[in-house]
Design a binder for this molecule. Sequence first.
Ligand SMILES: Nc1ncnc2c1ncn2[C@@H]1O[C@H](COP(=O)(O)OP(=O)(O)OP(=O)(O)O)[C@@H](O)[C@H]1O
Length: 267
Amino acid sequence: MLSLQNVIYRYQTNMSPVLTNLFFSVKRGERIAVVGRNGSGKSTLARVLKGLLTPSEGQIVYESPFSREDIGMLFQNPDNQAVSTIVEDDVAFGLENACVERDEITNRIAHYAQKLGVSHLLKRNINELSGGQKQRVALTGLLVLEPKLLLLDEACSMLDPVGRKIVQKHIGQFHSEGHAIISITHDVEEILSSDRVLGLVGGKLIYDGSPHQLFSNKDYLHELGLVKPFQYELVDLLENKGIDVNVSHAFSNKELLQLLWTYRLNR
Ligand SMILES: Nc1ncnc2c1ncn2[C@@H]1O[C@H](COP(=O)(O)OP(=O)(O)OP(=O)(O)O)[C@@H](O)[C@H]1O
């Protein structure tokens, strides 16, 4: 879909670069988590990917027919994204701009608003909604456009656990329908659900690999400001006791439970 070729970004010419010599590609349908400590350059990278900031050196190549217009970007703060006061108008904005027919607009809004649990908010004034509700509305406004690549900048951080679960479920579904996702996140479960993790330290890409490799190797975790997920801690404890759990991929709590159950049955 796109590739970064030696991208360097400086906010001002006399400043040190915030992103340094980035080379990587994003393939169709990939689910990527971008991780790193505060100030490591994640949001700057997201803005560069979307084309809101132009690289100071190097370039991003969008592979035709994919273009930056196909990227839907959701920011951490939903107040930065609303364009209309009434929720329904706000959600319809992108579709109207793309000259989609009225019936199709109505159908898509009804479909995605129902999926994201915001149907009851469509007639409300956006300014009267909570931060979490505004964020779900903003995501609905992006999903109705069915972007080929969804770029999320800590988009779930202000949602309550139930809201986060709903949104994560729909992001997972969106991905399984073939859309690519790049998500800037500190959320371990979200990192575990990704195909690939990009880790930034001081604007440099120090890790590009699977979540399993990342969490199995403690060297990167501290540098990237991450802690081991519960299931990996437990596997370490079991292996220290001589119990070989033998996992080869990133796994959920549910899978861990299954492994332990199988182990118990085989004893
Ligand atoms: N508009 C700006 N002008 C100058 N420097 C900036 C600007 N925006 C960000 N920076 C600097 O660029 C660096 C990277 O910031 P960025 O917001 O990309 O990091 P981040 O990894 O997203 O951080 P966080 O996890 O805290 O959101 C930081 O040192 C920050 O101070």
